[in-house]
Write a protein that binds this ligand. Sequence first.
Ligand SMILES: Cc1ncc(COP(=O)(O)O)c(C=O)c1O
Length: 409
Amino acid sequence: MAPAFIPLCVPNVDGNERAYVDRCLETGWVSAAGPFVERFEREFAAALGVPYAVATASGTAALHTALLLAGVQPGDEVVLPSLTFIAPANAIRYVGAWPTFVDVDPDYWQLDPGELCAFLRDDCMVSGGELRNRHTGRRVVAVLPVDILGHPCDLQAIKQIADQYGLTVVEDATESLGALYRGRPLGQWSRLTCFSFNGNKLMTTGGGGMLVTDDPELARRALYLTTQAKDDPVEFVHREIGYNYRLTSVQAALGCAQLERLPGFVAAKRRIAARYAAALGDLPGIGLMREAPWATASYWMYTILVDPARYGADSRSLLKALAARNIQARPLWQPLHLSPAHRESFARPCPAASRLNQVALSLPCSTGLTEDDQRRVIAAVRHVSAAHRQHDETRRRVPAASRKLPPSL
Ligand SMILES: Cc1ncc(COP(=O)(O)O)c(C=O)c1O
């Protein structure tokens, strides 16, 4: 019989989720109206220590709204890392602007402040009082750091560069809820920070997002734009184009229950990360996630680097070998400077992003992952290496001529 399937990362919904959703159903509050949405916003803001939170239909909707609030105009450029899920780059296109890709740092895999600086210094010029990309002629107006895989970017370094060049910062912390930068939660570091609650995130509402800010006017406008920009709800007067981007009550009810468990989820992810690090740290050719001096990571998606020369197999062979054992793993995203969807965008060379795409593999890390299941994953990763080494050793010992003989002879 095949061993039980171990998924990459699945929701953990066995707290108060059912009770709160039942309350929505019993009271009839199932749409965006009702007490749970505001309660979720209030409790989320309190958990992060930020003054305002506005719940959205998805993380992508939060990013789109944040870019509108940041005043990014059609034809502008926004700088972001090449190594990220595609949503923030797409959101930049939604406002008619262009993503500009720079590389990540090879140690922590986040937007490299040195590369951001190099782009602004070497590839941009000031013309008519505006910063422009000298290759495209477009105005460069914002930077969008993405805290990938549960680890914060070096936000102070990025902010300092952004201030020097007059750029707005819109932070995508969708993958790193619960992580700390210099001891304080993400959400506190940028004027506009976005989160996602889709199914595989640290906490989930099925689908959903949140935009947080310290600015009351931005919070007011976020609520306005995400609820169809209604100026007169009785007469249906709208002075602007708005969006149907509000989270529903049922989703918010899930969110309130999940939020109660956020510290426990972070602790579980950190425990899983520590176990992987202890069990795989000595395996030749396996590189582990590292925590920068400024970071307390949430380890949302535990990811290893596979050096084929030393490990004995490459990341895709390991992916297949794990799949054969009913264990789900996943490579990182195609770097966006290579993405056909964004081929018309400007990009600096991004060798670190390209290499990480080749060698990185995310391992099962659901908050509910049992120690037994994690041991199975660890044993499989160690076994694949040993098996490939043995195979290589046999190939070395058996002369090439005899290897070519058909097995029947
Ligand atoms: C880095 C990043 N940004 C944005 C998103 C978009 O979030 P959502 O799926 O809630 O739209 C995701 C995940 O889905 C993500 O990983």
